[in-house]
Design a protein around this ligand. Structure first.
Ligand code: F0G
Length: 458
């Protein structure tokens, strides 16, 4: 007789709730038109289930709220900083930990120092703010993800991996113009796909052989570690904390958004081993973020991060977290919706190019899909395709490698009935998808246009 429970439940109960305002489809159609068909332009009160991002949208624990009260707001030498620094170093033993108000601030500081005209920076896939910060300095950003990472149907267990051959050739070709090698774990833009420990170590080794610093974008390090534990030979009996430490052991630094795998609503850091680089970073930090012991954050935020870092490595949490994604992804797959497989860590990705072949990539099929999902169910996802990546530094436009809709799942925020509601919206979408039309951009800024551009249906 089976005596072991198999149902994965949310490993928490709810102490405080935020009501959701119900709206009708007609109301949502009007709201979207007002927002110029850009979901970033919607008021969040007009969204029923907000899957725009998993960043800063998670629910904090009661212990994190308690830590908030412990926060010390001293300008210099706050004990909150000491707790924050110790919590980071417990997982990622870098010499210098520099707090920033979020991940992109860490990126901006790093690339202001090591970027610039003529520099070339490879990664598996740069996230959009990383690319934006690199390009803003005049440097170029390159994505060297393995080919499987661009094939939504490939079942490769580590689709976030760097193509080691390409990296090697890149470093030979570009030599000293490469100020660092980056690696994003998990690979957000590529589908929330993990990078194996073996690949992380190999990238570190190649970077070292070429005497280039190796920097990890560690936003979703715990989810990545969970995948390593599940999928990588020899890792299944190891603790998450040991796997996390191994992931960062051979790196020279990291950028981090604490809004993801630190369960915080705001925050980030830049960690470095090199003394001179760290000193330069701290100068910029003081100039743009704040003093070295708070870096653009309140002391209470540092305490929330410190506590969050002790919770994110909990295996019951990670099992539920990845299980939620799997649940949604498997059911969409069974329905015939082309999802990126295997399910990623923080989000479900729908392959709009495959599902809406009648819409040209430069008419943004994924945006059309995300918009209709909002109209049908009040669910907000985000386009990760030619609208986000199509505009080139030289002003031309070319199709992105993939046209995806990302449904990012905030941490500890929604329940299984929200997931079932989402699945029902896709059943309706199934009947409407052939009538969807593409869009055109009528107004856009110079960089990172997807956040603020205005669109019009064709
Ligand atoms: N790197 C990755 C891989 C990210 O996913 C993000 C943010 C950042 C860096 C920047 O961090 O937002 O704290 O400045 N991603 C969010 C998202 C915005 O929705 O995926 P940040």
């Amino acid at each position: 007789m089976n005596t072991v429970m198999k149902t994965i439940i949310e490993p928490f109960r709810i102490k405080s709730v935020e009501p959701i305002t119900m709206t009708t489809r007609a109301e949502r159609e009007a709201k979207l038109k007002n927002a110029h068909y850009n979901l970033f332009g919607l008021a969040s009160a007009d969204v029923l289930i907000d899957l725009l991002t998993d960043s800063g949208t998670g629910a904090m624990s009661s212990e994190q709220w308690a830590a908030i009260m412990r926060g010390d707001e001293s300008y210099a030498g706050s004990p909150s900083f000491n707790r924050f620094e110790a919590a980071v170093k417990n997982l990622m033993p870098f010499k210098h930990v520099i707090p920033t108000h979020q991940g992109r601030a860490a990126e901006a500081i790093l690339f202001k120092i090591i970027g610039g005209e003529g520099k070339n920076i490879p990664s598996n896939t740069h996230f959009d703010t990383t690319r934006g910060n690199i390009e803003a300095t005049g440097a170029l950003a390159f994505d060297l993800n393995i080919d499987e990472g661009r094939n939504s149907q490939s079942l490769h267990p580590f689709k976030g991996n760097m193509d080691l051959q390409k990296l090697e050739s890149f470093l030979i070709e570009h030599g000293k113009s490469v100020p660092c090698v980056m690696l994003t774990i998990t690979n957000n833009a590529g589908g929330g796909q993990p990078v194996s420990l073996e690949n992380i170590r190999a990238v570190a080794k190649i970077a070292k052989a070429h005497k280039r610093p190796f920097i990890i974008d560690g936003c979703r390090f715990a989810e990545n570690a969970w995948f390593i534990k599940q999928r990588e030979p020899g890792q299944k009996d190891r603790s998450i904390i040991d796997i996390v430490r191994d992931c960062f052991a051979d790196a020279d630094g990291m950028t981090m958004s604490a809004k993801k795998d630190a369960f915080a609503n705001i925050g980030g850091w830049l960690a470095l081993n090199d003394d001179e680089l760290a000193e330069n970073a701290r100068v910029l930090l003081i100039q743009t973020e704040g003093f070295v012991t708070y870096g653009g954050l309140a002391g209470r935020d540092l305490d929330a991060i410190a506590q969050g870092l002790s919770e994110i490595i909990d295996e019951d949490y990670l099992r539920y977290r990845i299980g939620t994604n799997q649940y949604i992804s498997d059911r969409l797959d069974a329905m015939g919706v082309p999802v990126v497989k295997p399910a990623g860590g923080h989000a479900v990705f729908i392959d709009a190019k495959a599902w809406l072949p009648h819409i040209e990539p430069l008419q943004y099929p994924a945006q059309a899909l995300a918009n209709r999902l909002y109209e049908i169910g009040g669910i907000r996802g985000v386009e990760i395709g030619s609208l986000m990546f199509g505009r080139q530094p030289d002003g031309t436009e070319k199709p992105a490698a993939m046209e995806l809709v990302r449904l990012a799942i905030p941490r500890r925020t929604y329940t299984q009935s929200h997931a079932d509601y989402l699945l029902e919206a896709f059943e309706l979408l199934m009947g409407e998808k052939d009538s969807l039309r593409g869009l055109r951009v009528i107004k856009e800024p110079r960089l990172m246009r997807h956040f603020t551009c205005q669109l019009q249906p064709l």
